[in-house]
Design a protein around this ligand. Structure first.
Ligand SMILES: [Zn+2]
Length: 151
């Protein structure tokens, strides 16, 4: 199927045929175990696929539950970025995600707020304004603007 930017947010192939997706996940018999993505991982440890400009655990959510509502994040209960076990994933807002990460000690105090630039671009592309996106991500609109205009 040719790449289609208009359908990029919900590229249908894995949903119609999730077999090749799960083939790259180390699926365990136990629902309580983590199911790590065996393919490429990004700098933060999230699974990446060349088919979709998104992370493996988001695809795991989509093929299990359907489309992720705009503006929501797929978070890990297990705090294991490459994990694709649907039982370990939950939908949250950017605020939930930030609180969750802070609770798990993944936010270092003092430094600038870190957020997913790709997520920010996606939110902006979905028509959410700069200020609303900044509020959702918990950052100032000036730092958001700086981040998304950087190459
Ligand atoms: Zn897990």
């Amino acid at each position: 199927m040719p790449y289609s930017p208009a359908r990029n947010r919900f590229y249908p192939s894995y949903v119609e045929d999730p077999e090749p997706f799960w083939a790259k996940v180390d699926v365990s018999d136990s629902a309580s175990d983590c199911w790590p993505w065996t393919g490429h991982r990004d700098a933060r440890g999230y699974g990446r696929t060349t088919k979709r400009a998104t992370t493996a655990h988001r695809i795991a959510w989509e093929v299990t539950h359907g489309q992720i509502p705009v503006g929501l994040f797929v978070c890990h209960r297990c705090d294991n970025p490459p994990c694709c076990n649907p039982d370990h994933l939950f939908l949250g807002t950017a605020g939930d995600n930030a609180r969750d990460m802070a609770a798990k000690g993944r936010v270092r105090g003092g430094g600038p707020r870190r957020f997913d630039r790709e997520e920010a671009r996606r939110l902006l592309a979905s028509g959410l304004g700069l200020r609303a996106t900044a509020r959702m991500l918990g950052v100032s609109h000036s730092s958001l603007r700086k981040a998304v205009t950087k190459p």
